[in-house]
Design a protein around this ligand. Structure first.
Ligand SMILES: [Zn+2]
Ligand SMILES: [Zn+2]
Ligand SMILES: [Zn+2]
Length: 88
């Protein structure tokens, strides 16, 4: 006989939190992700590209030189030119 308790067969290997759907677990794994991206100008880091973009705009908007390909900001034209664009 089945119980009415909610089954949560997906569990995080890192923090043991459980999830009913694999998609929820996948989303959760973002917080443990090793592939964090970080601000070039301070210690801020995040797994989400969108929040880094927001951060750059908010705190480093004085960095006017921006790579048109990967949306990274730079202090000067020189640093922009020395930047190796990952998308190229
Ligand atoms: Zn976890
Ligand atoms: Zn920053
Ligand atoms: Zn670039």
């Amino acid at each position: 006989m089945r119980t009415h308790s909610v089954e949560e067969p997906y569990s995080c290997e890192i923090c043991q939190q459980t999830f009913s759907q694999s998609s929820n677990l996948n989303r959760h794994m973002d917080i443990h992700s090793e592939t964090k991206i970080h601000s070039d100008y301070c210690d801020f880091e995040t797994p989400h590209k969108s929040s880094l973009k927001r951060h750059l705009k908010r705190y480093h908007s004085e960095h006017k030189e921006k790579c048109p390909v990967c949306d990274v900001y730079f202090y000067s034209k020189e640093s922009l030119q020395s930047h190796t664009c990952k998308k190229l």
